[in-house]
Design a protein. Structure first.
Length: 483
């Protein structure tokens, strides 16, 4: 950016950032400077990803301790919420819905907080080409912890306002929305989709979309013409006649077409005949082999049939008995306790984690031989790691780009409201995070299951966080893709 400018006013300032309205002294143009100073917020923002979306960014870069985002005003654009109230045609509504889903797809690898900021209705504009433009003059009012990823919820609200002109309030959905679109909105709100592309696919295969834009071209093989189907039937019937040579020794008859029988029936009959022929041939060969074997040594054949059977008294033949103390059984290796699959010294050393850790407790547990204990001896808040997933390990990299379920059983010394915190890292930088609240009781092992999406990460750290003097045990830990 040109350094020849003056600051007109301060628009927003807090402990995380400062936003200034500036004027270029050479051109007189107004622009905004967003200076982010919080280290934790800086770790949430990938400036290269921001540059890829359609926005008002003039320039964006990192320094050692700051991020600078320079943006231009969007005076020539119309606010999203105003544009959708201008009696859009059905085709315009579907076009804008497709662009909204594409925006959600493009930002889905960003951190939850940044996704939340970008899909804010007040940050979305429509330009002269009817494309969505994001106002990337983002304001952060928290470090990183948010309750959950709201991308699908906000996407559902965007689609709702496109077709109804109003936002969703208390899950009250307008009855004027077409059924095909209503289904997509509901699935967004209930997070039935794993990735936004699934919503786009459902949109493009809807009957109304097909009626407006025509059918989508796919890579599926083209349907065969009637002539090609007829040739295939002739070929299969010819194969049937070849099988008749082996079954009956007859010569193959010339193929005859019967227009009375439909092509589908012909195909079904031919397939059935082929299966029967194969079974008959197999049975014939088996009988022949058995007869030859019996002719050579009928006693030996009979004994071989009975060799694995116990005698009438239920005892095995004495020749097969093992000396005392010997057995065919191979000793099984002891199973790894479920709590230690994602929490062990080898894993922690590989990931290089050096913060607070849970302890392995062999006195109180539900399954196996131990549990994981997060103990707090003071009144302050404690946050301790109790599980980690290394996605660079080939045993677990299949979980990426999937919806993962994290489940466990949990109990405490005293009833407490705790948080399970998830942090995904790549190249040592946090890529996404969120937390969920879990109620923990002193008299029962309570189950909890949390679904999460990890799109682009190398490590996933899972913590337990609570406040006050207490002890919390975790057991029966399972992390895997939700089927």
């Amino acid at each position: 950016m040109n350094n020849n400018y003056k600051i007109i006013r301060s628009i927003h300032e807090n402990v995380f950032q400062r936003i200034l309205e500036c004027k270029d002294n050479d051109t007189g143009e107004i622009f905004y400077t967003n200076i982010i100073t919080s280290e934790k917020v800086i770790n949430l923002i990938n400036t290269e990803d921001l540059k890829k979306i359609n926005s008002n960014i003039l320039e964006c870069y990192n320094t050692e301790d700051r991020i600078y985002i320079f943006t231009k005003p969007l005076d020539s654009c119309k606010k999203f919420r105003e544009y959708v109230t201008d009696n859009l045609t059905l085709k315009q509504q579907f076009n804008l819905t497709e662009k909204s889903i594409n925006l959600a797809t493009n930002i889905f690898k960003m951190t939850d907080v940044v996704q939340q900021k970008i899909l804010d209705l007040d940050r979305l504009y429509i330009d002269e080409n009817n494309d969505i433009v994001v106002d990337c003059n983002l304001i952060f009012e928290q470090e990183y912890d948010i309750a959950d990823n709201e991308t699908f919820k906000r996407l559902g609200n965007l689609i709702h306002i496109i077709f109804s002109g109003t936002e969703i309030i208390d899950y009250n959905i307008s009855d004027s929305i077409p059924p095909d679109i209503l289904k997509i909105i509901v699935r967004c709100l209930t997070r039935e989709y794993i990735f936004p592309e699934e919503a786009l696919k459902e949109l493009k295969t809807s009957s109304i979309y097909t009626m407006i834009f025509g059918e989508i071209k796919t890579n599926e093989p083209q349907k065969k013409t009637d002539e090609q189907v007829e040739e295939l039937i002739e070929e299969e019937v010819s194969q049937e006649n070849v099988l008749d040579i082996y079954l009956e020794g007859s010569e193959p008859e010339p193929v005859k077409k019967k227009n009375v029988i439909s092509k589908d029936i012909k195909r079904a009959v031919v397939s059935l005949l082929i299966v029967v022929a194969v079974l008959l041939i197999g049975n014939t060969i088996t009988k022949k082999l058995r007869e030859d074997k019996e002719a050579v040594n009928p006693v030996e054949w009979e004994q071989s049939d009975q060799s694995d059977k116990p005698d009438q008294t239920g005892k095995s033949d004495q020749l097969d008995q093992k000396p005392s103390g010997e057995t065919d059984e191979v000793p099984e290796e002891p199973a790894i306790d479920s709590t230690l699959v994602h929490f062990n010294n080898e894993l922690l050393e590989k990931t290089g984690y050096s913060g607070n850790l849970a302890e392995v407790d062999k006195n109180i547990f539900l399954e196996g031989s131990n549990s994981l204990l997060v103990s707090n001896t003071g009144s302050e808040k404690i946050k301790a790691l109790f599980a980690a997933v290394d996605f660079t390990d080939e045993r677990y990299n299949y979980m990426l780009m999937q919806q993962i379920g994290v489940s466990a059983k949990i109990k405490s010394q005293k009833d407490v409201e705790a948080q399970v915190v998830f942090e995904a890292y790549k190249d040592g930088v946090i890529k996404s995070n969120f937390h969920t609240i879990v109620n923990v009781y002193d008299d029962i092992w309570s189950p909890f299951t949390v679904p999460i999406n990890v799109t682009d990460a190398e490590l996933l750290y899972i913590y337990l966080e609570y406040e006050g003097e207490n002890k919390v045990w975790i057991d029966s830990l399972l992390i895997d893709v939700i089927k």
